[in-house]
Structures are given as structure tokens and as C-alpha cells.
Design a protein around this ligand. Structure first.
Ligand SMILES: [Zn+2]
Length: 379
């Protein structure tokens, strides 16, 4: 694909690289850290996660944090929980959510949308297209009846009072199943968010541009085609964004994976798809058949979401990083404050695979709207 090189993170003063910790965090193919064995690396990752956690918790919170259901989709159990469960049910169900995060910056309040999903573009993901074709298409009568849309990004923003022009950034923990053209536009078609820029790790952008067959099944073929380069900011580091938000490199599920971290009234929430839900980050506390035994027998502290396994060792380290960064949930201290972008949820079509604990939709603070005093004063 002939895509110009998008701008680096230095073009925007709101984006601040976390340089002192990056060397200790999981970074695919980076051997610059001082950790002779994998177990040393794990200890180093935990220390780095705790240091970053303290730093973020000692700083200000975001202004608003809300998550909203977009779609519910079947997902193979053999990917979601790999060999940790013996339940024969072939599919779990995951709920994809939109994350609306507003935060103070020296340039005023900024709005970040994480995981805005275009249902039609999503259905073009080769893996899901094949799955949907067996139902006569994801948007056919049967597909829509079995899996009706749960929410629409633009309607949700309207209900919050947030104007499309006020969306400054969009980001995804990785670009699997995402078609970003609806939001950012292409050369001949304007996007829904005229001022938004995509924040993406350089490795993830490169995969989406030209993936290998092992990666291709999960990227809509035209998902980023024709998106103007000036709408994309490539990240080479973990970064903070204004007050209370960080994007932290967590490779594994994909090489270019990152986690979205937000400081809320319930502590730090961490979002990615390295795992599919609370059970995956705390298998010893899980009531899903098999997970406790798996953790006990193998010593695995987490269960990887394994549809691609681009880097399973990195993914393991990244999941430990995520849960140590998130800390225990105040809602249930057996589980971690990880609000997954695709959260495994109970569904009558997935017998025997009810998650032990879920977050569901979350809301902290009040949306900052254009007419609102706070936003007006900050602009
Ligand atoms: Zn994925």
C-alpha cells in the first residue's frame, strides 16, 4: 500500500513520551533492558508497573470516563481461553465497548475516544466475514436478529452532548477488526470526526498496512486505506496524554498493542485485549471450569487471548504489567481493574462459560460539553 509516513508523536505537545520507564516495559524485540533471564524480566516488569502506577495515582484524574456497549459477538473459546478450560462450548461471547475519556491539558479539555467501532467495517474482517456468511451475512436478517447492534458511536456521543468536532483523538489498543475510514475520512470522503487524530503504535500501523497471512485474518482489508497521513500520529514510546491518561506499550496480542490507562475515582482502569476478561487476569479466582486447575498445574498467572499469539512471551509479560498497573478492583478485590475492550460476558449461547466477574459499562464524572462552563473556560 502506498501510504505516506504519518507524523511522529513530537508534533503534539499534549503527547509526552514516558522515556524513563519504557526500557523496563515489555517491548517486542527490544533487548536493551538489563534482565538476563525471563524471570528477571518479569520482576523488572512488575517493578516498572508499580512505579508507573504510583506516578499516575499521585497525579490528577480524568474529567470524565464512560464506557458503552457497541456490539456483542461470538469468539472461539479456543482463542479466548486457549487450553485453560475443558468446557466444550465452541464460542464465548464478547462485548465490544466504546470508551469516552475527557481530560485536562495545557491546551484545554481534550476528548479521546478509545475503540470506536464501525459495525459495517468490522464485519469485513476476514475471520468474522466467514463466520457471518454462514448466517447469511453479519448484516443479513438472521445476523442482525442474533446480534443486534447494542450502541452507535455517533448517537452515544450526541446523547452525551459531545460534538464530533470536539473529538481530538481516537485510539485502539490494536487495529484488529477496525475500519477507521468512517471516523477519519479518506481523500474523497470526509470523516465523522473532522479534527480527530489516530494515536497508534508504529508497529501496529505497519501491520495494518501490509500484514502477513498469520495476521491478515483479523484486519479488514480496506480498514486504513486512503486515510490522510496528517490524521495519524505514530507512537514510538509509551506516552501520557494530559492529566490522567496514558497509552502504555503492551505487545503480545499484536506486536503493536498498547493499553489505554485512565485515572478515575475508582483508581486506574487499564484497557486492552491481551486477555478477554477479569477471569483471564486472575485464573486462580475464576469459577470457569478448568481455569484454577490450569493456573495451579502450570504456574501461569494469566490466560492469554490467543487468536494470533504474535508474541506469547511478550503477551504474558504485558498482561502481568497490565494487572499490576491496574491493581485490585474496589468492586471485587479478587479481580483487577482491567476494563477489557472486548469483555467476555455471560450469554445463553455460551453455556458453562459465565465469567466470574465483569465490569459492564462504567461511568465516572460528568461529560464536558461545548456549552458547559468548564469546557468553555478551558478553550
Ligand atoms: Zn485482537
Amino acid at each position: 500500500m502506498d501510504t505516506p509516513t504519518p507524523a511522529r508523536e513530537s508534533v503534539d505537545p499534549v503527547i509526552r513520551p514516558i522515556l524513563d520507564l519504557d526500557g523496563a516495559l515489555p517491548v517486542a524485540f527490544d533487548r536493551s533492558f538489563d534482565a538476563p533471564t525471563p524471570a528477571d524480566r518479569l520482576r523488572q516488569v512488575k517493578r516498572a508497573a508499580h512505579a508507573l502506577r504510583e506516578r499516575l495515582l499521585s497525579g490528577p484524574r480524568v474529567r470524565y470516563y464512560g464506557t458503552f456497549d457497541l456490539i456483542r459477538a461470538p469468539y472461539p473459546t479456543r482463542y479466548a481461553l486457549r487450553d485453560a478450560t475443558w468446557v466444550p462450548t465452541p464460542f464465548v461471547h464478547i462485548v465490544n465497548r466504546l470508551f469516552v475519556i475527557q481530560f485536562n491539558t495545557p491546551e484545554g479539555v481534550k476528548t479521546l475516544l478509545a475503540e470506536p467501532l464501525d459495525r459495517e467495517g468490522n464485519a469485513q474482517t476476514p475471520f468474522f466475514k466467514r463466520l457471518g456468511d454462514s448466517l447469511g451475512g453479519a448484516d443479513g436478517p438472521l445476523g442482525r436478529r442474533l446480534y443486534p447492534p447494542l450502541g452507535d458511536v455517533l448517537a452515544l456521543l450526541r446523547a452525551l452532548g459531545i460534538a464530533p468536532e470536539d473529538v481530538a483523538y481516537i485510539t485502539y489498543d490494536h487495529l484488529h477488526t477496525q475500519d477507521i475510514r468512517k471516523w477519519l475520512g479518506t481523500g474523497d470522503r470526509p470523516g465523522a470526526f473532522p479534527n480527530a487524530k489516530l494515536l497508534v503504535m508504529r508497529e501496529e500501523w505497519d501491520i495494518a498496512r501490509d500484514p502477513l497471512p498469520i495476521q491478515r485474518d483479523w484486519y479488514p482489508p480496506q480498514g486504513i486505506a486512503g486515510v490522510p497521513a496528517e490524521r495519524v500520529i505514530l507512537l514510538d514510546h509509551s506516552v501520557t496524554l494530559g492529566d490522567g491518561v496514558a497509552l502504555v506499550r503492551t505487545p503480545g496480542h499484536t506486536d503493536g498493542n498498547h493499553s489505554i490507562v485512565a485515572h478515575t475515582a475508582e483508581g486506574l482502569f487499564v484497557t486492552s485485549e491481551n486477555g478477554v476478561g477479569a477471569d483471564a487476569y486472575a485464573p486462580t479466582k475464576s469459577r470457569i471450569p478448568g481455569l484454577r486447575r490450569y493456573a495451579k498445574d502450570t504456574g501461569m498467572e494469566v490466560v492469554l487471548n490467543g487468536n494470533t499469539l504474535e508474541g506469547s512471551t511478550e503477551q504474558y509479560l504485558s498482561m502481568i504489567l497490565e494487572r499490576e498497573l491496574a491493581g485490585a478492583s474496589v468492586r471485587n478485590p479478587d479481580f483487577y481493574n482491567i476494563a477489557n475492550s472486548s469483555e467476555m460476558s455471560a450469554d445463553w449461547r455460551s453455556p458453562g462459560l459465565d465469567p466470574t466477574f465483569t465490569f459492564g459499562p462504567l461511568a465516572f464524572g460528568t461529560p464536558v460539553t461545548r456549552g458547559g462552563v468548564a469546557h468553555g473556560a478551558a478553550r
